[in-house]
Design a protein around this ligand. Structure first.
Ligand SMILES: [Zn+2]
Length: 88
């Protein structure tokens, strides 16, 4: 029996460093809304950011570019998303 190591490297869209996604915050686009996916289980296109203020700041700043990259018109950001930890 071989245990396959599940390492999923993703790029932080704040600092562009590559990390295992378990060390990153995951966000998805629902419609035009950027939502925080606390459990990293929601479907859809995920984007990732380090869990630190510097990266999140840049990430927010970059969201127009993100919107373009994700082919959505706008990328709304809600500061409460991270804190609430839920998109329900
Ligand atoms: Zn980062």
């Amino acid at each position: 029996m071989k245990a396959r190591k599940a390492v999923n490297i993703r790029t932080c869209l704040g600092c562009h460093c590559r990390k295992d996604k378990i060390n990153l915050l995951r966000f998805i686009i629902l419609g035009s809304l950027l939502v925080y996916d606390a459990k990293q289980q929601k479907g859809g296109r995920g984007i990732y950011c380090c869990d630190n203020d510097n990266c999140l700041k840049r990430f927010k700043k970059n969201r127009k570019k993100l919107a373009k990259a994700l082919h959505v018109k706008v990328c709304e950001w809600n500061d409460e998303l991270k804190r609430s930890g839920s998109i329900e």
